[in-house]
Design a protein around this ligand. Structure first.
Ligand code: HPA
Length: 275
């Protein structure tokens, strides 16, 4: 796709969302599998169907809705994505990351990216929340491939500090205050749509991954490219393949996410309050 056409898509989506919202939100939030209920905590919500937003696809996965929810949490304006676009659904990376560029174009500077993930580390158990301190993107087709979008960022953006230290420290403080134990670790992207094999997991462990999942890294790379402040949070829904002896199933991932979502919702609300 030509840059001109892609910029036109970003601008059209941005104009439409602006026509439905009156303030520039302080933060955008991407809600992962089973984490959608955070959107129910948004006050005076304006709910925008993806189907109404120019060029937004509709997500096809059970457990992922397709709505943007705008409103306030503790006096701060937020824009939450209930349902994201995955690479494994057949979207190309420019579509997967379209919302992030739209958020940037709207003037939003902060983004909280959440996901459900499998835990590789011995200390990561189902129900745990992990602050993403870095990621492994080696298995992630680059969302920046093609002609550079100069108005968003440089051709070769630095990826030394993708995840904001300031926001990670704020998350850690909120976790302490709420008595929600938080872990910290490296998230690795896996393209899916399948879970890893036990041998994949052994390999990822050697590479330094603590958690693995099928999202987040494309959005984080694009948000970094355009200079947004990023907080990444993984909800660990299962021990990664081969570590527990059990087979993995999407319904179980969604069920554990549901059980643990209370903590995630309280945590993100507290973080937003203190932004
Ligand atoms: N692997 C990949 N993606 C996931 C997992 C996993 O174990 N759990 C939740 N999403």
């Amino acid at each position: 796709m030509k840059n001109k056409d892609y910029i036109n898509m970003i601008d059209s989506a941005c104009d439409y969302i602006r026509s439905r919202t009156d303030k520039i939100p302080q933060v955008s939030i991407i809600l992962g599998s089973g984490l959608g209920p955070l959107a129910d905590e948004i006050e005076n919500p304006v709910v925008i169907d993806y189907a109404d937003i120019p060029y937004f696809p509709v997500s096809t996965v059970a457990g992922h809705a397709g709505k943007l929810v705008y409103g306030s949490i503790s006096g701060k304006y937020v824009l939450a994505m209930k349902g994201r676009f995955h690479y494994y659904e057949g979207n190309d990376m420019s579509t997967v990351t379209l919302p992030v560029r739209v958020f940037k174009k709207m003037g939003i500077e902060n983004i909280i990216i959440t996901n459900a993930a499998g835990g590789l580390g011995d200390s990561l158990n189902p129900g745990d929340i992990m602050i993403i301190k870095d990621h492994i993107s080696l298995f992630c087709p680059s969302p920046l491939r093609g002609e550079n979008l100069d108005e968003f960022g440089p051709r070769f953006p630095d990826m030394t500090n993708v995840y904001s230290q300031k926001l990670s420290e704020l998350a850690a403080e909120c976790g302490k205050r709420l008595d929600i134990p938080l872990k910290s670790g490296v998230y690795s992207f896996f393209p899916g749509p399948r879970y890893e094999s036990p041998a994949d997991i052994r390999a990822l462990k050697i590479l330094g991954a603590d958690a693995t999942g099928m999202s987040t890294v494309p959005e984080a790379i694009v948000a970094r490219h355009c200079g947004m402040n990023i907080l990444g949070l993984s909800l660990i829904t299962n021990k990664a393949a081969g570590l527990s002896g059990n087979a993995l199933a999407h319904d179980e991932v969604v069920a554990i996410a549901k059980l643990a979502e209370k903590n995630m919702v309280s945590l993100v609300k507290d973080i937003v309050k203190d932004l």
